[in-house]
Design a protein around this ligand. Structure first.
Ligand SMILES: Cc1cc2nc3c(=O)[nH]c(=O)nc-3n(C[C@H](O)[C@H](O)[C@H](O)COP(=O)(O)O)c2cc1C
Length: 340
C-alpha cells in the first residue's frame, strides 16, 4: 500500500466523519482514519456503529480504527472492517475516556501487555490487510509503558505504530513528549507515526527530524482548518479568504447531512461553525447567529447572504471533486443515511 505523503489525519471521535476525511485528503493528507468504532457495537450489528464502516471510493488509503478488549470480538470486527473496504485496520490502545477504559479497552491495555499482544495477534491472523496500533505513552503521568508494549505489539503482528506521547491521565493537558517517540523508533523496525501537538510545518519538520518517525499525524489543528495541512506540506501559510472558508464549510455541511441525516448533522455541525469561522476569520457573534438557526439549510442561506462570493468558490471546488458513487455494503444494515 502506498501512502502519498508523510501527513496523516488523526482519528477523532465526533469529528472524523467522511466529510472531514475527504477534506483532509483534498488538502494533502496521505492517510485518513475513521474515528474509533466499538467492536461490541459491530458484533451486535448496531446500525449507528455499522454506519462508521461506510467507505467512499475516494477515501483510499483509509484506516478504520476499532476498540475493544476481547481478542475474538476484535478479530471478528476486523474482518468486517476489511470487508468494508478499509486499507488498514487500526487498533485503539490510547483512548483515555473512562467510558472506554472501564470496559478494559483503550489505554488500559497498555497496562496489560499480554492481552494487548493477544488482541493484535488475533486481529493480524484474521485479516489480510495491514494492522496498525495507536497508543498513548501509558496510563499514568511519566509512564513509559509504550516502550515496553510497542515491540511486543510489533512481534504480535502490528505493521505500524502511532504514538501520542501523553499519558491517559493527562488527557490533552501538558505537552506531547516526543523524546519517547524517538525512543520507540529506535526499538521497532516498523514505521512509527508521531501524534500530538503538530500544528505547523516548523513543528512537523522538527518532530520528523528529531524522532526519525515515518510520518506526523495532525488532529486538533485540522478541526475546521484543512489549510493547516497545506501549510505543513507546502509551506503555504496564506490565510484562506472568507469566500474559501465559507465554501469549505458549506461543502462540509452538505456532505455531513448526506452521511448523518439532517437531525444528527444539525447538532454535530455546531462545533464546526466555531472551528471554521473562529481563528479571527469572522466576528464571534456571527457563529452565535448560526448556532441559533434551526436547520442546516438556514445556516447555509445565512452564510451565503453574508459572503455571496462563496457560491463561486464552492462551484469551483465541486467541479474539481472527483465524482464517485457511494460504496454501500450489501447484506449490511447500513442505511444510506448512515444509521440516522
Ligand atoms: C475530540 C477528539 C477525539 C479523539 N478521538 C480519537 C479516537 O477516536 N481514536 C484515537 O486513536 N485518538 C483519538 N483522539 C486523539 C487524536 O487522534 C490525537 O492523537 C491527539 O488529539 C493528539 O494530536 P493533536 O495534538 O494533533 O490533536 C481524539 C482527540 C480529540 C481531540
Amino acid at each position: 500500500m502506498e501512502v502519498p505523503s508523510r501527513l496523516v489525519l488523526a482519528p477523532m471521535a465526533g469529528v472524523s466523519v467522511q466529510a472531514f476525511r475527504r477534506q483532509g485528503r483534498r488538502f494533502g493528507a496521505g492517510l485518513v482514519c475513521s474515528e474509533m468504532v466499538s467492536c461490541a457495537g459491530i458484533e451486535h450489528g448496531n446500525e449507528r456503529t455499522l454506519g462508521y464502516l461506510r467507505v467512499g471510493a475516494d477515501e483510499h488509503p483509509l484506516a478504520i480504527q476499532i476498540f475493544g478488549s476481547e481478542p475474538r470480538v476484535m478479530a471478528d470486527a476486523a474482518k468486517l472492517v476489511a470487508a468494508a473496504g478499509a486499507d488498514i485496520v487500526d487498533i485503539n490502545f490510547g483512548c483515555p475516556v473512562r467510558k472506554v477504559t472501564k470496559t478494559g479497552a483503550g489505554a488500559t491495555l497498555l497496562e496489560q501487555p499480554d492481552r494487548a499482544a493477544a488482541i493484535v495477534d488475533a486481529v493480524a491472523r484474521a485479516v489480510d490487510i495491514p494492522v496498525s496500533v495507536k497508543m498513548r505513552r501509558g496510563l499514568e503521568n511519566g509512564s513509559r509503558m509504550c516502550l515496553e508494549v510497542g515491540p511486543r505489539l510489533v512481534a504480535a503482528g502490528a505493521q505500524s505504530l502511532t504514538l501520542h506521547p501523553r499519558s491517559a491521565r493527562q488527557m490533552y493537558t501538558g505537552e506531547a513528549d516526543h523524546t519517547l517517540t524517538a525512543e520507540l523508533v529506535d526499538l521497532v523496525d516498523v514505521p512509527v507515526i508521531a501524534s500530538g501537538d503538530i500544528t505547523s510545518r516548523a513543528r512537523a519538520q522538527a518532530v520528523l527530524a528529531t524522532t526519525g518517525a515515518a510520518a506526523v499525524m495532525v488532529g486538533r489543528a485540522a478541526q475546521g482548518n484543512p489549510w493547516v495541512l497545506r501549510e505543513i506540506l507546502e509551506g503555504d501559510a496564506n490565510e484562506p479568504s472568507r469566500e474559501e472558508v465559507v465554501a469549505e464549510l458549506v461543502l462540509f455541511m452538505r456532505e455531513t447531512v448526506r452521511e448523518l441525516g439532517e437531525r444528527r448533522a444539525t447538532g454535530f455541525l455546531k462545533k464546526f461553525y466555531g472551528w471554521f469561522l473562529g481563528r479571527g476569520r469572522f466576528p464571534r457573534p456571527f457563529k452565535q447567529e448560526l448556532v441559533c438557526l434551526g436547520t442546516t439549510a438556514d445556516v447555509e442561506a445565512h452564510l451565503f447572504e453574508t459572503v455571496p462570493g462563496a457560491r463561486f468558490v464552492l462551484a469551483r471546488i465541486e467541479q474539481e471533486q472527483p465524482k464517485v458513487d457511494e460504496v454501500l455494503l450489501e447484506d449490511m444494515p447500513i442505511s444510506i443515511y448512515g444509521g440516522g
